[in-house]
Design a protein. Structure first.
Length: 243
C-alpha cells in the first residue's frame, strides 16, 4: 500500500492501480493457438518492478507448452514497451539492453523505492499523454536484429528437477521436461536486470556478434599504413580475396 499519501483513496477500484481485460503480450508468449483459455486474478500479486498489486493473467500457449503468467504491471510494460511476461521488446522481440543501445532517447525508471512509488503513480495517471521514443521507422538499425519468427522453445515446460537427480517416478506422465539442462550464463538471468537493460547475457551475446562483425576503426596515427593478418592459408588468399 505504498501509494497512500500520493492521492490514493481507500476504495480498491479508485486507488489508481490498473484495470484491464487483456494483458500486453508478444506473439511468442501468447502462442500459436487461435483459441486459448485465460484466467484473470485482480490484484493477485505485486509487480516485479514497481511492487504494486496488478492483475495477473495465466494461460497455456499450446498443448506442449507450460502455463505462463504476467510478471509485471501494464504501466511498467508500456513505459518500456515490453511484454508483461518475457520482458522483451514488443516491436522487435529484442532484449531491452539491445534496443536501448541504439535509441537516441531512453526512458529511465527509478530504482529507489520512494522515487519509484511516486514515479509509478504519475506514470499510471498520465500514461496516455506521455510520448515514448519507440518508433520503428526512426531506428532502421534495429531491423537487422528483429526476430521475425516466434521462438516456441521459450514456452516449453521447465526441466524436471527430480529427473536431473535421477529420482522422477512419473515417467511419461511427468508434465516437466526430462533432459539434462545446459548450465551457462544464458540460463542465469535476472528479471529486473532484463527490464532495466543491464547485465543481460542474451543482450551481451547479440551485441558482441554485432560489434565483432563491424570493420575495425582506422588508427588515429595517419602514418600507420600497414595491416598485419595472421593465420592465413592458401585457400584464404585464393583469387586475391584480400585485395
Amino acid at each position: 500500500m505504498a501509494e497512500r499519501g500520493l492521492g490514493a483513496r481507500s476504495d480498491l477500484h479508485k486507488v489508481g492501480w490498473e484495470l484491464s481485460e487483456f494483458p500486453i503480450l508478444c506473439s511468442t508468449c501468447l502462442g500459436d493457438m487461435p483459441y486459448i483459455r485465460m484466467t484473470k486474478s485482480d490484484f493477485d500479486k505485486e509487480c516485479k518492478i514497481c511492487t504494486r498489486p496488478f492483475i495477473v493473467f495465466r494461460w497455456k500457449p499450446g498443448n506442449s507448452a507450460r502455463y505462463k503468467k504476467t510478471e509485471i504491471c501494464q504501466t511498467c510494460a508500456k513505459i518500456k514497451n515490453v511484454c508483461q511476461t518475457c520482458l522483451f521488446d514488443l516491436q522487435f522481440g529484442l532484449p531491452v539492453e539491445v534496443r536501448d543501445t541504439f535509441l537516441k532517447e531512453k526512458v529511465e525508471v527509478p530504482k529507489d523505492p520512494v522515487n519509484r512509488d511516486f514515479w509509478a503513480h504519475q506514470m499510471t495517471k498520465n500514461i496516455d499523454k506521455i510520448e515514448l521514443p519507440y518508433d520503428k521507422n526512426n531506428y532502421p538499425i534495429l531491423e537487422k536484429f528483429e526476430k521475425k519468427e516466434t521462438n516456441q522453445k521459450r514456452n516449453l515446460p521447465h526441466v524436471c528437477s527430480f529427473f536431473v537427480k535421477g529420482d522422477c517416478a512419473r515417467g511419461v506422465n511427468c508434465p516437466y521436461r526430462h533432459e539434462i539442462p545446459e548450465i551457462n550464463e544464458l540460463s542465469e538471468q535476472n528479471l529486473k536486470d532484463r527490464y532495466y537493460g543491464m547485465n543481460d547475457p542474451i543482450a551481451k551475446k547479440i551485441l558482441k556478434g554485432y560489434f565483432d562483425s563491424k570493420p575495425p576503426k582506422p588508427p588515429v596515427d595517419k602514418n600507420i599504413t600497414s595491416l598485419y593478418i595472421s593465420g592465413l592459408t592458401d585457400e584464404s588468399v585464393k583469387d586475391n580475396d584480400l585485395m
